[in-house]
Structures are given as structure tokens and as C-alpha cells.
Design a protein around this ligand. Sequence first.
Ligand SMILES: *[C@@H]1O[C@H](CO)[C@@H](O)[C@H](O)[C@H]1NC(C)=O
Ligand SMILES: *[C@@H]1O[C@H](CO)[C@@H](O)[C@H](O)[C@H]1NC(C)=O
Ligand SMILES: *[C@@H]1O[C@H](CO)[C@@H](O)[C@H](O)[C@H]1NC(C)=O
Ligand SMILES: *[C@@H]1O[C@H](CO)[C@@H](O)[C@H](O)[C@H]1NC(C)=O
Length: 283
Amino acid sequence: MVLLLVVGQVATEADSGSQEQTTVTVPPTSPNPTEPLPFDETTVERFFTAVKSQLQCGYPMFGVPSLVPLKLSYTLKTSFDLLSLKKISVVASNITVHGLNEFSWDPSRTRFTRTAATVPLSFPNVTAFAHTSLNGANGTSFVELRNVSVRLDAQYEEKDDLLYVTELSGSILLEDAKVKIASLFPKSAKLSKIWNKAIGKSLPILVELFNGGKLKIEYLSRLLSGAKFYAMNTINNALNTHNLNFDRLVESMLKFADGTSDSLQCEESAAMNGNELVGWQRA
Ligand SMILES: *[C@@H]1O[C@H](CO)[C@@H](O)[C@H](O)[C@H]1NC(C)=O
Ligand SMILES: *[C@@H]1O[C@H](CO)[C@@H](O)[C@H](O)[C@H]1NC(C)=O
Ligand SMILES: *[C@@H]1O[C@H](CO)[C@@H](O)[C@H](O)[C@H]1NC(C)=O
Ligand SMILES: *[C@@H]1O[C@H](CO)[C@@H](O)[C@H](O)[C@H]1NC(C)=O
């Protein structure tokens, strides 16, 4: 959703520029679908500011919950051997993710056309808290991810005067991470501290492996591919409901950035309460 909004926004800027020129030339040239469109940075910034505040409410009509913070109803159950010494079973529930509404956008690496877009975003601090139970001992653990760079790639096409997203992909780069696991050794706060420190020390290596694509987390890939189809479904549903083609999307994104009363705006009363990503889990 965010990505498409961006695309539309940016494209409007491009269109308004070319329209001024077509007042001089007689034959209106149809736009080249693969030609990069120019965009106005301040308008895109204004658009992202609107997106950040909209994230408080999500888009309840399309089943998108509030992302500030994002609450997952998912319960993660797994177990691992701690240096073959101790079998640890982990249950993580009530997961909340903070920081998804704090990001910056890199104009210099942004590119979009009438059929594809690439948008790089950077999140300085994404932190997930979870109620965790380790071998039955309860506590609150967290994972703090610093400077996460996300590159979103989208492909889309028009069919029967409607816009459809046909592919979403991207990459994630992580600069640094910090983890604290609660109740590692419930009977010894000292041991827990030592182990949390040791885990912290090994994180740079894990970050390297993750960035190099060598650390494949099966659970994460499944979650991400589920999220991809959930996102595509949600976006296409929204485009369809609002009867948007590329140009009408652009128009509606401009309204959104300007906060006009007929735009899709955040209404305090519309904020979802039971905000869980039900559709995501189903996917
Ligand atoms: C999880 O959250 C629900 C609703 O927010 C709450 O009722 C429940 O007590 C929480 N469970 C734990 C273990 O924190
Ligand atoms: C990151 O965000 C979390 C949750 O909002 C906060 O508790 C933590 O202090 C932040 N860390 C930094 C380095 O800003
Ligand atoms: C830990 O929390 C779970 C619910 O999340 C509860 O069933 C269990 O009894 C708790 N264990 C302890 C030792 O408090
Ligand atoms: C994240 O990036 C910013 C700016 O690029 C930098 O100032 C900051 O130190 C970085 N934070 C971490 C934890 O590496």
C-alpha cells in the first residue's frame, strides 16, 4: 500500500510537468511505460509524512491494522539446544513491533516507471517485544534492530482500466541488532546476564550472515512470503474498490498528501482496537 501510494504520488508530479509541455506540442505522445519518471522530492516527503500518520489507524476497511505499534496475534513455539547442554523450549506471544512509522526515504536511489517501482526506505530502530516463556519461566524479551534498510520493488500493470500489482519483492539489510532474552536462567539473574551478553557478542556475526544471505531463517521466509501475498491481495483489493488506474491512483495519492477532505485519511475514531494481522496469518 505504502509503495503504491508513493508510486502514484511521484507519478503525478511527473505528469503535471509533462502536461505543461504538451500545451506547446500538438500530438500527445503516449508515455513510455519503462521510462523513469521524474519526481518532486518535497511532494514525496509530504506524502510520506501523511503515510506515517495514517499508519496509526491502518486501513480498517481493507483489513490493515494499526502499525503503531504492530500487534501480532501469532504465538511462536520452538526449541533449541544451548551448546548441547540444555534443551530450551521457547514460546513467544503478544508480540508488538515498534518503530514502523519512523523511516526515511532515499530519493537518490528511487526509480519508478508506469510499470515498475523501486523505493529504498531506512528504519533507524525497529524493536519487537514479546512475552516469552523459556522452559516455563515467563518474562519480556526484545529484539532491537538498528538501521534496517529495506528496498521495495513492485511491478504493476493496467488491465481493463484498473491497476494491478503483479509482483512485490525487495531486500533487507541490517546494520546492528540488540537482543535481550528474559528468564534464560530464572534462578540466576547473574547467569542470565552473562548469557545475554554472550548472545549480544555473537550478534554481529549473525548480522553479517543475515546480510550475506547465508543465514536462512525458515520461519522468517515463510512469514515474509505470506506477507507478500497478503500485501498484494490487500493492495489490489484497495485499487479495485476505489476503481483506480495508474492516473487516478496518482490523483488520489496527491489528495492524500495534501490531506484534502475527500482523501483516504486517518480518522481517530477509525483506529482499530483488536488490531491483529488476521489475514497475514491465514496467508
Ligand atoms: C497477551 O495480551 C492479551 C490481550 O492484550 C492479554 O489479555 C494477555 O494477558 C496477554 N498475555 C500475556 C502472557 O502477556
Ligand atoms: C528503540 O525503540 C524502542 C521501542 O520504542 C526503545 O525502547 C529503545 O530505547 C529504542 N532504542 C534506541 C537506541 O533508540
Ligand atoms: C507463564 O505464562 C503462561 C501463560 O502465558 C502461564 O500459563 C504459565 O503458568 C506461566 N508460568 C509461570 C511459571 O508463571
Ligand atoms: C544509523 O545510521 C545513522 C545515520 O546513517 C547513524 O548516525 C547511526 O549511528 C546509525 N546507528 C547505528 C546503531 O549504527
